[in-house]
Structures are given as C-alpha cells and as structure tokens.
Write a protein that binds this ligand. Structure first.
Ligand code: 26Q
Length: 824
C-alpha cells in the first residue's frame, strides 16, 4: 500500500491538468465546457489539497512514529485570509499552476479572486496566530493549532451614507476545499449540572464528580498548513458544535417536536459566530460557552494522543506544550487539572506541577478594559466543578503567597484569582499566570510595561524570570512573496534566489545596492506599480480617483480610540484648512500631493469608533469634491478591510500611520508589513515601533509624541484641568463645529472627549508634534532619491521581524521543542 501511496501526486503541468479535469468532472460533477471561475477555483484547490493531504499524512505519521514533543497553539482566532495562493507559493508550484490554468483557458489571478477570506479573527491577535502556524510548518516544528470553526467570520463592513453597517460573513457558502471534515471525531462536551462527592471503588477515597446537565458534540475539521521549502504539513484543527442526538426522543414522544428542534439549534449556535470585539472584554455567557467547548475538545484530543504513548503522567510536559493566545483559553488550565485529578486520579500537587509545566501564556494588552473577568455566578452555573477547582487553585496559591509575604493583605487581594467586587469576578489573567511556567509580552516595551503595571505584584511573588518577551513577527511568504511578487522577485534577483524567504536576515544583503541608481529606479518603479494597483482598489471600492504620484498615507487597522484614527483625521483637516488658506500659486510648492487612506472595522457596539468612521467619510466627501484642491488632497475610507485587501494596501503605501498613545499598543504587526513592503512609518514610541527603529535606524522612521513614561502625568494634568489644547487643534474643532463637514452634532462627543473629558488618549498633547512630523514627511518625500534609499535600507533591516524568528524563540525559551524534518 505504501508503494501506491501518493501515486496520484502531480509534479508537472500535465499532471496538474489531469487532476484539474478529474476534479471538474467527478468532484464537481460538471462538464469542462461549463466551467466558470468558481469551478476552476474549486478544481484547482482540490488538486492542490490532494497534494497537501499526502504530505499531511506523512508528516503526522512521522511525528507519531518518532513520538516527539508537540506544541499546541490555542487561539480563539485564526485570521487566515485566502489559502490557494499561499499553498501554491509554499509548495513552490505557483508558476506551474499559472501555466496549467492558462493552457486550460483561465487566468490564475481571476481564479484566486474567487476565494473568500477565512476571516476567523478580529485583527492582530488572530493574524499573529495565522503567521505562527505558517512558521511552525516552515520551521519543521511538530505543532498544531486548535480553534473554532465559526460559521460566520468577522462581519463584512459596508459604508452607507458614511456610516458603518455590518453584514454577516457566511464564508462557507460554497464547499470549502481547504478543510477536511473529520466527522468521525466527535467529542462530547458537558455544561451546567452539579457536583457530587463519590467514593472511588478502587481506593475507597472520596472524590469530586461533575454531573453535567447538557451535552454538546465537538466535531473536528482539519486545515492542512503547508510550510515553505519543506514537505512538512502541520494541522490546524477547528471544532464545530452539533447536538448529541438529532432530537430529544422523550420530548418527541410527548409531542414537543418544536422544542427538541430548538435545542438542536442552540447546540449549533456555540460555533455560529466570532465575537467582533477587539481589545475589549464583554462578559457574555455564549462567549464563555465557546471558550469551554473549544478548550474541552482540544484537551480531550491532546490527552487522548498522550495516553496512546503509554507514558507515565509525569512525562506529559515532555510531550506536550500548550500556548495560550491571550487569556481566552485559560479554562484549559482548570480543565487539565480536572482531567488529571478527577478523571485520572492523580494527587492534586502532582497534577498541578504537570499543569504548570505544560502551559505558557501570551499577554497582548495592558489596557484594563480588555482584561477578561468572568462573574463567579455565571461561571459556576455553566461550569460548577471548574469553579470549585478555581477556588482550590487560588487557595493553594494564596497560601504560598502568605507564607512568603506574611500579612500583606494588599498583595493577596491584588494577585488573587477572585476579585472581591460586587458581583465577584474571576480574573482570567491571574489564573493564566498562576497556571503557566512562562508569561510573555509581544514587544520589548510591552513586556517591560506588564511587569511594571498590571502584573507587578506577580513579579514580586514569582521573581521576574517567569516573565519574558517574544517580539511579534510576520510571515514573509504571505506578506512579501504573495502580497508583493514584484518586489520579492527584484530582491531574489539580487540575493541569489528566494532563499531569503526562510532566512529573512539575508535581506541585509540589499544594503550594498542602495547606491546603485539602476536598482533604485527598479525599486521605485515597483512601488509605483503597486500604488497603481491600490489606486484601482480605491476607485472600485470608493469611487474616488486618486493620482498614484501622490504620497499615499495609510492607516488601516481596527478602529479604536487608543489607535487614534481621530488624531490622523484631525491632522488631515488641519492640512485642508492650511491648503485653503494658502494662495493657489504657492500650494504646490508648500504641500506634497497626498492621498489619505483609512480602513478598518469598528466593533458593532463601539459608538465612538463608529463616529470616527463617519467623520473620515464626511471629511472625504467635502475635500474630494473641492475643485480648489484637486490632487493636492484626497481622503478615502476603504470599506471592509481584511487580509486580502491588506495584501494590496501594504505594498502600495509610501507612509503608514502607527500612532497609538504611547504604552497602549502592545506590539502592532501591520507596522512590520508596511516596512517590509518598502513603506516608511510615522509613529509613536510604542509597541514594536521601538524595535523597528532600533533595526532600521532613527533616520528612516518619523517618530513623534509623548513617551509611555509620561502618560500617567499627562492624564493627571487633564484631570486637574491644567491641560492645554493647541491653537491648531482649536481651529480644527472650530471647523468641525461650524458644520464645514456636515451636521456637527454627531461629532460633538468626539471633540468633547478631548476638550472636557480628560482626553484619555492624549490627542491634544501629541497634536503639534504629529503635525511637525508630518511636515518633515513632506520635506523628505520631495527628495525622491533619498526616500527610496530610506525604503531600501529599511527593508534590508527587517529580518528580525520574520515570524520564523518568533517561533524559534518560543521553541527554545518556552516550549522546549525541536524541529524535525520529514525526508521524502
Ligand atoms: C475578549 C473577550 C470577549 C470578547 C472578545 C475578546 C477579545 C477579542 C480579541 C479581546 C481581545 C482581542 C484581540 C486583541 C488583539 O488583537 N490584540 C493585539 O494583538 C497583536 C498581536 O500580539 C498586537 O500586535 C496588538 O498590539 C494587540 O492590540
């Protein structure tokens, strides 16, 4: 059987075409004469998928046979985007496929456009998980992702009259060739019920037992994840919920058919939809249900795999590392403790040591409003046994603290898992720290800040060695090769091929060409071509025509007050007022023509964020139709920002904005994407901007604004009423209030937040400094050759920000796992 295994695998154009036709005829049951782009996409994807499955099987077989330690990355979000182009690139068969589909009468570009984004995430955290599993496969690490297979991804954003409107994202409309339904893997998950104390028939000891009230099945769907330049294919397992029985037969017999169907629908609602909040916590029962459903199914799977190895339990952490992507999977700590004690009969302390050695926890925010807390009552109703275990974990922990720091009640109450508020809350971050052997932040500055602020008392308890940093990164396969094939090819021509894509420090070799005018011209031409593509996207999505020779100034990311899109749009208004006040003849000498590009989703319930979107669109409709301004300024809001749009937007930017209030953006990863694609940054001294500056040099980034260490004092000044709004900002506010950009009423609260309510995000404190930095941008952009030099030097120094480097750091410092290459 092994001899025939993989015999269907194609390796040339002819072989691919046979597979394509086979899938059209049999899988899709269509005639080759009636094959549209959708059918061609499905036939292509199925052909590629077949190839992946063969390698997937071999990889999994190898890992099992070698009995290696695996890393399991638990994330409620995987913001994957499209799979086909990525698979073609990682398998290094893109040219082959392009030729083949061309011969069959299609264009690969058109086929790729048919695929819907897998948008199972909100933003940075979800995209980070997607980059990490790409790097795990590429680095030949035995690693799985575990997530939820939401039927609806992040909503699709429409702009109606300048306002955001949400539409459902039913991404599974057509069959999804990238998932393998494992309908035979069905794991029962319990909810509700009560606990009892029972006698263990073997030991005679009494022990706790959970008698669940409601049971729901978790069905596995596997997404093969190909690595680049390796035949290693890892697995992303996504759980889907379904009812245990088709109907409740009892009720059926009682004639309550309606009710039994209603129950079925309730089961399916668990994995129906992704919560669209980014960096904001809301205590909804369904969200907690999602978390436990996912954690219970994943741990059951992991434990079952370990039990098959017949090793003693104390070797569990030698075989299994589990990384918690934020606090969302923290219930896994409690669930593993429950499995080991209640179900496997281990002593509490033995079990707890296994738990701690297994888990690592990644923190992604210092902002209080984003920290997860669950009301004790809600938690205890849904998971009665888990609540008892949480109390026991907390008791043991607090006793340890009390021993080390006698009579320090302040310390005890701050590190306790239970917040003694009304109502009481469970602090998930505290539980995650206590249950893990390592806690990491996602950029140097952020990792320092968590030790000094939210987790300082834990540093006191555990010492600082438990806390570490792994600065975020991005995969250069998607964010350079796939998004920017032109630039990737130019780089390859200078660096002797595409080897740099899995050794990104090789980019350093570009520095030697910076004084080559021919190279600079090619570099600049690629940027212009990418801007032309972006201009086409702008035209087709907003109806606004922009000139690709303008400076493209981009801010695309979730809309959030802390990210300060309002600072950007206030700056744009200032520029517009200045332009209007400058005599016509002087305008072109004083101002560089600019397109100000915005994009991003606001959480549906986030009123202020939605107001910012409306303001951007209102300013756009005034500025864009002002005949005096023409190409000197355009303002656009690209609707429905997502991974696929980012792949067009990042390569087409001259300047991108990463302007969060210092100390609020944990890392940011789009900053890395823009610089890797040859754009420069205007930014605050925040998150990974700090390290980008370290790598590319201070001359190649436009930094401005107050520092994180000054934020507390500045906020205090505002609260004392001693703040000062600069005249420039007053003029901007006056223009808005005068109705220059439409009825001002709806923007009043946005302005009042700055003027009268403490200006929490310090827009007024950073405004002048921001304008200064923008002025410098204009000056530098005029010096075309210098700008290109900055662009080249920056790209040459971005090697550090490959997510491959992140995975190596996690593997070495947190997971203790080794790569293992399959030789075929
Ligand atoms: C929590 C509870 C209930 C509902 C939703 C949530 C929730 C969902 C998503 C809380 C937070 C998030 C997402 C956070 C996030 O994306 N953080 C970003 O993570 C990136 C990767 O580390 C960083 O680069 C960004 O700085 C950080 O903002």
């Amino acid at each position: 059987i092994w001899k025939r295994y993989g015999a269907n695998e194609f390796s040339d154009v002819d072989g691919f075409e046979s597979q394509f036709v086979k899938h059209v005829e049999t899988t899709l049951a269509r005639s080759i004469y009636n094959c549209d782009n959708l059918a061609a996409y499905q036939a292509t994807s199925n052909s590629i998928r077949d190839k992946l499955i063969v390698h997937w099987n071999k990889t999994q077989h190898l890992h099992t046979a070698k009995d290696v330690k695996r890393i399991y990355y638990l994330s409620l979000e995987f913001l994957m985007g499209r799979a086909l182009d990525n698979a073609l690139i990682n398998l290094e068969i893109r040219d082959l496929a392009a030729t083949a589909v061309d011969e069959l009468g299609f264009r690969l570009e058109d086929i790729l456009e048919v695929e819907p984004d897998a948008a199972l995430g909100n933003g940075g955290l979800g995209r980070l998980a997607a980059c990490f599993i790409d790097s795990l496969s590429t680095g030949n690490y035995p690693g799985w992702g575990y997530g939820l297979r939401y039927q609806y991804g992040i909503f699709s954003q429409k702009i109606v009259d300048g306002y955001q409107a949400e539409a459902p994202d039913y991404w599974l409309r057509f069959s999804n060739p990238w998932e393998l339904p494992r309908l035979e893997i069905q794991i029962p998950v319990d909810f509700y019920g009560y606990t009892t104390t029972v006698k263990d028939p073997q030991t005679g000891k009494s022990k706790k037992q959970w008698n669940g009230g409601e049971q729901i099945l978790a069905v596995a769907y596997d997404f093969p994840i190909p690595g680049y330049g390796t035949s290693n294919v890892n697995n992303l397992r996504m759980w889907s919920s379904k009812p245990t029985t088709e109907f409740d037969f009892q009720k059926f017999n009682e004639g309550d058919y309606q009710d039994s169907l209603a129950q079925q629908q309730r089961a399916e609602s668990i994995t129906a939809v992704l919560y669209p909040n980014d960096n904001f916590y809301k205590g909804k029962e369904l969200r907690l249900k999602q978390q436990y459903f996912w954690v219970a199914a994943s741990l059951h799977d992991i434990v079952r795999r370990f039990i098959k190895t017949k090793r003693p339990w104390d070797q569990f952490p030698d075989q299994v590392a589990i990384q918690l992507n934020d606090t969302h999977p923290t219930l896994a700590v409690v669930e593993l403790q429950r499995i080991l004690t209640d179900l496997q009969g281990l002593e509490w302390d033995v079990a707890w040591s296994i738990v701690q050695r297994t888990f690592g926890y990644t923190n992604h925010t210092v902002m209080a409003e984003a920290l997860e807390k669950w009301p004790v009552d809600l938690f205890g109703t849904l998971l009665p046994r888990h609540l008892e275990i949480v109390y026991d974990i907390n008791l043991a922990f607090l006793q340890m603290v009390e021993k080390k720091f006698p009579n320090d009640r302040g310390l005890l109450s701050s590190v306790s898992v239970i917040e003694e508020s009304q109502p009481k809350n469970i602090r998930m971050a505290n539980l995650a720290i206590i249950g893990s052997h390592r806690v990491n932040g996602v950029a140097e500055l952020h990792s320092q800040l968590i030790k000094q602020t939210i987790f300082s008392d834990f540093v006191k308890v555990y010492g600082s060695d438990k806390f570490t940093n792994v600065t975020n990164g991005i995969t250069p396969r998607r964010w350079l090769r796939q998004a920017n094939p032109g630039l990737a090819a130019l780089i390859a021509s200078k660096l002797g091929g595409y080897g740099y894509l899995n050794d990104l420090n090789k980019l350093k070799g570009l520095e030697q060409f910076v004084e080559d005018p021919g190279f600079r011209a090619e570099w600049a031409a690629i940027k212009t071509a990418n801007k032309t593509k972006l201009a086409a996207l702008i035209a087709s999505t907003t109806g606004v025509t922009v000139n690709p020779n303008s400076l493209f100034d981009v801010q695309v990311k979730r809309i959030h007050e802390y990210k300060r899109q309002q600072l950007n749009i206030f700056g744009v208004i200032w520029r517009y007022l200045q332009l209007k006040a400058t005599p016509k003849a002087e305008r072109t000498t004083k101002f560089v023509p600019k397109v100000s590009i915005f994009g991003g989703k606001a959480a549906p319930g986030y009123y202020t964020a939605k107001t910012i979107i409306k303001l951007v669109n209102s300013v756009g409709s005034v500025v864009n139709s002002d005949p005096e301004i023409g190409d000197l300024l355009k303002v656009v809001f690209i609707p429905d920002y997502n991974v696929s749009k980012a792949e067009v937007i990042c390569p087409g930017s001259d300047l991108s904005e990463h302007i969060s209030t210092a100390g609020t953006e944990a890392s940011g990863t789009s900053n890395m994407k823009f610089v890797l694609n040859g754009g420069l940054i205007i930014g605050t001294v925040d998150g990974a901007n700090v390290e980008i500056t370290r790598e590319v040099g201070e001359d190649n980034i436009f930094l401005f604004g107050n520092l994180a260490e000054d934020v507390e004092d500045l906020r205090h000044e505002h609260h004392m009423g001693r703040s000062h709004i600069p005249d420039s900002l007053v003029q901007v506010f006056d223009a808005i209030s005068s109705g220059q950009f439409g009825t001002p009423d709806e923007f009043q609260s946005l302005l009042d937040g700055v003027r009268f309510h403490g200006d929490h995000y310090l827009v007024s404190d950073d405004f002048e400094s921001y304008l200064e930095a923008q002025k410098l941008v204009d000056e530098e952009f005029r010096k075309k050759e210098d700008w290109v030099r900055k662009s080249i030097i920056s790209v040459a120094n971005m090697g550090f920000f490959s997510s491959d480097r992140c995975i190596e750091e996690y593997a070495e410092n947190i997971w203790n796992i080794e790569p293992l290459e399959e030789k075929v």
